[in-house]
Design a protein around this ligand. Structure first.
Ligand code: DOR
Length: 432
């Protein structure tokens, strides 16, 4: 047993405190007891203190993922709460919000309660269910949002399916806003994407696959912005993928409408060209798009038009991926890839470090009403220590998730989550 954990001479970044400095961080009794230059010096010789000192250590507030799939109940062969939480901790996440497209769908108090209880029992990363907007994700009848909220749900979404009816969406926004919950929309006009496999463009033509045009996303974002303005509710766009959606969001924000949005690491990094080899690991919904979309997404993340980064961690087994492209399930794993992949983009200057951190901490916390993670003295000790000098090649077989479905296998990266701390407890540790 140790009384304290000292993170010695680390670079600490917390934009909410305008902090980017070399400090010591002392963690005692679940809290950040002290933070500042040499703040741990007096404790270094104590036997009951653990000291972590690592060249190139970067410490951030604990990360929050607004969008993960842990597949429980119903598809535990792909992921379950235990493996999902382990993957989250290994990725530096202290809180994850989990999507309701399970089997059965999480549209009830009972499933929400089960998830919360199971996660509490396991411990580590905290799990927050997102309930369905409509019963069975069918887009028809509103689910019992109040019941799910009382059981611990932090938002509602029909993720994977879009609420197509404007009337249902209007009622969903009105109903959810009475509980202060955001409505999280998967923006896809299904009448424009029937049978679609990839982004509609030169690659879909070349491969002879049905395309998913950008406008199918843009139409829904535009409609929902209007409904949000009309109802005065809170609206969040899941996994934005098009430059058109960015334009609509930017204008909506300028006009003071309560819209927020997230982007995934894969949409910030990859384009539809990657699908040319029919690699099913690149099949994802919404699909990988084009250079101008990637550029717009990076710019929107940098200037805050897109509030946060969310992984859309979507584990599938080889049954769903080792098959023909048109048969494969969409989705890729993300929890353990987010930090190393995106640190590379920060380094390349795609967006500033402060925005990267905010987009994975304070911004998502605000959207779903969680405590804002911070490195402030006295705060709950939720943080992640990253070994920025660790160089390795991405290998899903070494990961905690059950999913192996990623197009990033074999990609060299720099930066490993070495320590994740939630409420003062070490929930993941991986020093090289
Ligand atoms: O690619 C995706 N996979 N997009 C979604 O919206 C759902 C997810 C899944 O559940 O596999």
């Amino acid at each position: 047993m140790t009384d304290a954990l000292v993170l010695r001479r680390v670079r600490a970044v917390d934009p909410s405190l305008a902090l980017d400095a070399e400090v010591d961080i002392v963690i005692e009794r679940g809290r950040i007891a002290r933070i500042g230059p040499d703040a741990g010096a007096a404790l270094l010789k104590s036997e009951r203190v653990r000291v972590v000192e690592l060249d190139g250590a970067l410490v951030l507030p604990g990360l929050i993922d607004l969008h993960a799939h842990v597949r429980e109940p119903g598809q535990e062969y792909k992921e379950d709460v235990r493996s999902g939480l382990a993957a989250a901790a290994a990725g530096g996440f202290v809180d994850i919000c989990v999507m309701p497209n399970t089997k059965p769908v999480n549209d009830t108090r009972a499933i929400t309660e089960m998830l919360v209880a199971k996660a509490k029992n396991i411990g580590g990363t905290r799990l927050h269910p997102i309930g369905a907007i409509t019963v069975g994700l069918k887009g028809e009848k509103l689910a019992e949002m109040a019941d799910m909220r009382d059981a611990g749900a932090v938002g509602v979404s029909d993720d994977g399916r879009c609420v197509m009816s404007s009337a249902v969406m209007r009622r969903a926004l009105e109903y959810a806003s009475t509980f202060g919950m955001p409505v999280i929309q998967h923006c896809e006009d299904h009448t424009l994407t029937e049978g679609a496999q990839v982004h509609e463009g030169a690659v879909s033509t070349k491969l002879g696959l049905r395309g998913w045009p950008r406008v199918a996303e843009d139409i829904i974002v535009a409609r929902d912005v209007l409904l949000t303005e009309y109802t005065g509710a809170r609206y969040h766009v899941a996994h934005v993928s098009t430059y058109g959606a960015v334009r609509i969001l930017r204008e909506a924000k300028h006009r003071g409408i309560a819209v927020t949005a997230e982007v995934t690491p894969h949409h910030l990094l990859l384009t539809h060209e990657r699908v040319l080899g029919y690699d099913t690991a690149c099949k994802v919904n919404p699909p990988l798009r084009e250079d101008e979309d990637v550029e717009a997404l990076r710019g929107a993340l940098a200037d805050g038009t897109i509030d946060c980064i969310a992984t859309d961690h979507a584990p599938h087994s080889s049954l769903e991926k080792d098959c023909e492209f048109s048969e494969a399930a969409p989705g890729m794993i993300g929890l353990e890839l987010c930090v190393p992949l995106l640190l590379g983009l920060v380094k390349a200057g795609a967006f500033p470090m402060a925005r990267f951190v905010d987009a994975l901490t304070a911004a998502p916390a605000k959207i779903v009403g969680l405590d804002r993670p911070t490195l402030r003295e006295g705060a709950r000790a939720d943080l992640v220590l990253i070994d920025t000098k660790a160089k390795y090649v991405i290998d899903p077989s070494r990961m905690r998730t059950k999913g192996r479905n990623t197009p990033f296998t074999g990609v060299p990266v720099e930066g490993r989550v070495a320590l994740t701390v939630a409420a003062g407890q070490i929930i993941h540790e991986a020093f090289a």
